[in-house]
Design a protein around this ligand. Structure first.
Ligand code: UD1
Length: 385
C-alpha cells in the first residue's frame, strides 16, 4: 500500500504508534510534539496519528504518570494485556493488535525500542503487509539471550524504515544485510539521533523544578548520593545475582537512592532479600523526578539502556551493571563503565579514578530526532517490499 497523501489537495496521512512500556512512553512524547508542530505549521500533508497502548505497563506510577507528565494524548486503544510470561504477554498482544491494525490500515506503523510490545507490533504489521518503521533501530548488545536483543533483530529485519540513533547502529544494520546497497528488499536506514535526547531536553526545566522539593523530601543532597536502578531479566531472574549487586552497593560511602521497579520488587519479596545499609528504596519515580534524581546524583549505577544515555547527556558518571551495552559510545567517551555484577568489579568501577570524560563528541544527534523522524516518514511512501 502507499500513502494517500497529496499535498495539492490537502489530503492527510495516517500513522499509528504502538507502545506499552515505560521507555516507549518517553520516546512517544517528543514524536507527538513533532507531529503537532508539523500540523500547526500548516504544511501538507496533515498527519493523523493514533496511539495503541498494549497495556504491558499498567501501574499508574509507571504508565499513567508518564502520559500525564509528558502530555501524551490519551491512547486511542488500550489492549490491557497486563503481566504474564513472555509467551502469554506476546500472544495476547498479537491477538488484540490484529483487528485494530486491520481496521486502521495505517500508512505507517511505528514501533519503538525493544520490548515485547515492539515485537508484537512488528509481527502483526508484517503479517498484514503494513509498512513498519522502527525508532531506535540497529542497537545491538550481541547477547542473544536477552529478550530485548531478540526483539531488536526481528523488528529491524521486518522494518521498511530504520530510524537509527547513531552511526554505529546504522553500521550494525548494514552488517546484517539491512538497508545496504545490496539489500534485496530495498529497506532504508538513516541516522536520526536519539529521540530520548529530545525527551530529556524538553523535560529538563520541569525536572529542575522537581529537584527543589524532591531532594529534601528524600533527605538527599545534590552530588551526595548514588542513584541505582535494576530491572533487567538477566539481573532479576536470579535472586543470587540480585543479592550480589545489592551486597556491593549497600556498603557504599553515600546513600544509594533506589527506585524499585515492580519486577525487582517481586523478586526481592519472593526471595526474602532485605534492603540494608545505605540503600534508600523508593517507589518508581515519574519521568521528571527520575531526571532530577539523575542530574543531582554523584554517580549512577544501572542496568537500564535509557538511564545509561541520560547519565551521559547529563554528564553524570555511569556504572553499568551488565556485561555489555547497546550504547558503546558512552564507554568509548569514558562516561560509562561496564562493571557486570561482581561486587569487587562494581566497587572498583565506582571508586577508581575516572579521568576526564571526552565531551567533544556527540554520537546521538542534536536533540531533534523527532522532527527528523516525521520528515523521514513523510518522505517515504512506506511501500512494503
Ligand atoms: C520491560 C521490557 C524491558 C524494558 C522495561 C522498562 C520486555 C521483554 N522487557 O521489562 O526491555 O527495559 O520494560 O521498564 O518487554 N509489573 C507491574 N506493573 C506494571 C508492569 C509490570 O507490577 O505496570 C510487574 C509484573 O509483575 C510483571 C513484571 O513487573 O510481571 C515485569 O513486567 P514486564 O512488562 O513483563 O517487563 P519489564 O521487566 O518491565
Amino acid at each position: 500500500m502507499t500513502n494517500t497523501a497529496n499535498p495539492e489537495n490537502g489530503s492527510s496521512v495516517h500513522w499509528i504508534s504502538i507502545v506499552g512500556a515505560r521507555p516507549q512512553f518517553v520516546k512517544l512524547a517528543p514524536f507527538c510534539r513533532a507531529i503537532e508542530a508539523h500540523n500547526e505549521s500548516g504544511a501538507a500533508p496533515r498527519i493523523a496519528h493514533k496511539v495503541i497502548h498494549t497495556g504491558q505497563h499498567y501501574d499508574p506510577a509507571i504508565a499513567g504518570l508518564f502520559f500525564q507528565q509528558m502530555k501524551i494524548p490519551e491512547p486511542d486503544y488500550n489492549l490491557a494485556v497486563g503481566s504474564g510470561s513472555h509467551a502469554t504477554q506476546l500472544a495476547r498482544m498479537l491477538e488484540r493488535l490484529e483487528p485494530v491494525l486491520l481496521s486502521e490500515q495505517a500508512d505507517w506503523v511505528v514501533v519503538y525500542g525493544d520490548t515485547n510490545s515492539t515485537l508484537a507490533g512488528a509481527l502483526v504489521a508484517a503479517r498484514l503487509h503494513l509498512p513498519l518503521a522502527h525508532v531506535e533501530a540497529g542497537c545491538r548488545s550481541s547477547d542473544m539471550r536477552m529478550p530485548e536483543e531478540q526483539t531488536r533483530i526481528v523488528t529491524d529485519h521486518l522494518s521498511r524504515l530504520l530510524l537509527a540513533p547513531s552511526q554505529s547502529a546504522v553500521a550494525n544494520l548494514h552488517r546484517e544485510g539491512i538497508a545496504g546497497e545490496q539489500d534485496p528488499r530495498n529497506r532504508r536506514a538513516t541516522m536520526v539521533g536519539d529521540i530520548m535526547f529530545d525527551a530529556l531536553l524538553n523535560s529538563l526545566p520541569a525536572a529542575e523544578n522537581k529537584a527543589i522539593e524532591l531532594l529534601p523530601r528524600l533527605g538527599l543532597e545534590s552530588r551526595k548520593y548514588y542513584l541505582l536502578t535494576l530491572h533487567r531479566a538477566e539481573n532479576t531472574n536470579s535472586a543470587e545475582r540480585l543479592r550480589q549487586i545489592l551486597d556491593a552497593v549497600e556498603s557504599l560511602d553515600l546513600p544509594v537512592l533506589f527506585p524499585v521497579h515492580p519486577r525487582t520488587k517481586n523478586v526481592l519479596e519472593n526471595a526474602g532479600i532485605a534492603l540494608n545499609g545505605n540503600l534508600r528504596p523508593v517507589s518508581p519515580l515519574g519521568f521528571f523526578e527520575m531526571l532530577a534524581a539523575e542530574k543531582h546524583a554523584c554517580k549512577i549505577l544501572t542496568d537500564s539502556g535509557g538511564v545509561q544515555k541520560e547519565a551521559f547527556y547529563l554528564g553524570v558518571p555511569c556504572v553499568t551493571l551488565r556485561d555489555r551495552t547497546e550504547w558503546p559510545e558512552t564507554v568509548e567517551l569514558r562516561a560509562n563503565r561496564i562493571a557486570g555484577t561482581d561486587p569487587a568489579r562494581i566497587r572498583e568501577a565506582i571508586h577508581s579514578d575516572w579521568g576526564e570524560t571526552v565531551t567533544t563528541s556527540m554520537p546521538y544527534g542534536d536533540g531533534r530526532a523527532s522532527q527528523k523522524i516525521v520528515n523521514e516518514l513523510l518522505s517515504e511512501d512506506g511501500l512494503y517490499s
